[in-house]
Ligand binder design. Structure first.
Ligand SMILES: Nc1nc2c(c(=O)[nH]1)N[C@H]1C(S)=C(S)[C@@H](COP(=O)(O)OP(=O)(O)OC[C@H]3O[C@@H](n4cnc5c(N)ncnc54)[C@H](O)[C@@H]3O)O[C@H]1N2
Ligand code: MOO
Ligand SMILES: [Mg+2]
Length: 396
């Protein structure tokens, strides 16, 4: 049977080639940049006053002068003024252009100001202080935002500052989430004694929302013909189908067969792991199908470990942020398959991330995941896992 790392590699080899689209700056948050953004001017674009106060020529101060006649005021948003009398000063405000002839700024806190003169009250004045010189941060033409940037608040601010009212980003895939099973009723229905409400597709929808993807929800009964017809239609209308249930050994587990008959090429079925062993993955030339095992904990694990990384790399992001944690206490797991242990992560004062095991009562115990916030990946070739040992953790 396939190892976790081989299965992961296969999913990554088949990541989608999504087109580029243009979106308004105000709607670009959380999207992935596909055309670099460059500085249209220097950063800052002029010698910028960094403190409210007075501007002088340092030479006058150096020669012992402490009291300066106030020649005028330079506000932010005004064209540059000139200090014409090199023994006088100009009042200047943060964000203003540095007046010509001024090379040193002294804060209001460090002067006494009367109607027409300012007297410096401190001794430690340095030439050039409180000036943010032109182009010290970035130069015109510099690349500010690279392709692949996840657009967060700072990136949006930088794009705004260089006049980008629109940005080129990866188009979002069309994703359908499909529950299967005759035992399942919708959230607003009252289950009969042998029924349950479906929850997996709602979990998946919530997970995908973090990537900006709004997936559609569907349910299909355990009937081969109905399944085939519905999946045929959903394949035509979407880039990615994510199914839950119907992939194991039961007499109503039709999903793998039906997908094959629809021309979806199986890339793997089953991974050496617990939970989530019966996962199915297949592709066509431009579509991808995940058949996730129906047990809710398996669905969550497969979502965190395979589906979210797949969608991230399809969008142009790193597949998975490498995160590690240390086991809070030792654990034994005998079968030589990868064990994904539900854990609660804590951040310790010494900087460590510690994983507290919450094994729960198996892959149907999804209430356990209310306390767990990640799965720790314990490798197949190890049977005992000691307190303090570090392993990767997978989360939303
Ligand atoms: N003979 C074998 N039986 C099973 C095996 C096996 O290897 N041999 N594997 C077990 C494992 S492991 C898992 S996981 C499950 C996977 O089952 P399926 O993917 O076929 O899923 P179903 O049979 O449809 O349902 C399983 C379970 O999950 C519940 N479920 C399904 N969908 C939802 C949903 N949308 N929301 C909430 N709960 C859902 C369903 O009611 C079942 O209880 O198979 C084992 N069996
Ligand atoms: O692998 Mo199944 O996911 O244990 O219930
Ligand atoms: Mg089944």
């Amino acid at each position: 049977m396939l190892s976790v790392s081989d299965a992961f590699a296969i999913t990554q080899q088949h990541s989608l080639s999504l087109p580029v689209e243009t979106v308004p700056l105000t709607e670009a948050t959380g999207r992935v940049l596909r055309a670099a953004v460059h500085a249209d001017r220097d950063f800052p674009p002029f010698d910028r006053v960094a403190m409210d106060g007075i501007g002088i020529q340092f030479a006058a101060y150096a020669s012992g002068q402490r009291t300066f006649a106030v020649q005028g005021r330079q506000f932010a948003g005004q064209p540059q003024q000139t200090l014409t009398d090199t023994t006088a000063c100009l009042e200047i405000m943060t964000g203003a252009m540095l007046p010509a002839g001024v090379d040193t700024v002294i804060r209001y806190e460090d002067v006494t100001l009367t109607d027409d003169q300012a007297t410096i009250t401190i001794d430690a004045i340095e030439q050039g202080q409180h000036i943010h010189p032109r182009a010290t941060d970035r130069r015109a033409g510099d690349e500010l935002l690279a392709v692949g940037t996840l657009l967060g608040p700072s990136a949006i601010a930088v794009a705004a500052s260089v006049g980008r009212a629109t940005l080129s980003v990866t188009a979002l895939p069309r994703v359908a989430l499909i529950s299967t099973g005759d035992e399942l009723v919708d959230v607003d229905e009252t289950p009969l004694p042998y029924q349950i409400r479906r929850s997996n597709t709602y979990m998946l929808r919530a997970s995908l929302q973090a990537l900006g993807i709004t997936a559609t929800l569907h349910h299909i009964v355990d009937d081969e013909t109905v399944l085939k017809n519905q999946l045929d239609r959903l394949l035509a209308e979407n880039d990615v189908l994510i199914l839950s249930g119907g992939v194991s050994a039961g007499k109503a587990d039709f999903v793998p067969d039906v997908l094959t008959r629809l021309g979806v090429q199986k890339r793997f079925h089953k991974i050496e792991q617990r939970p989530g062993k019966p996962i199915w993955f297949g592709t066509t030339a431009d579509k991808t199908v995940f058949g996730l095992p129906g047990n809710p904990v398996s669905t969550v694990l497969c979502c965190y470990r395979y589906v979210l990384p797949y969608l991230r790399s399809s969008l142009g992001l790193p597949a998975s942020p490498a995160r590690y944690a240390q086991l809070a206490k030792s654990i034994a797991f005998k079968p030589s398959i990868t064990y994904f242990l539900p854990v609660r992560l804590t951040s310790e004062p010494d900087g460590r991330t510690v994983a507290h095991p919450l094994p729960g009562s198996g892959s149907a115990d999804f209430a356990n995941l209310l306390d767990a916030d990640a799965f720790m990946e314990l490798p197949a070739d190890q049977l005992e896992f000691g307190a303090g040992e570090a392993f990767p953790v997978w989360t939303k």
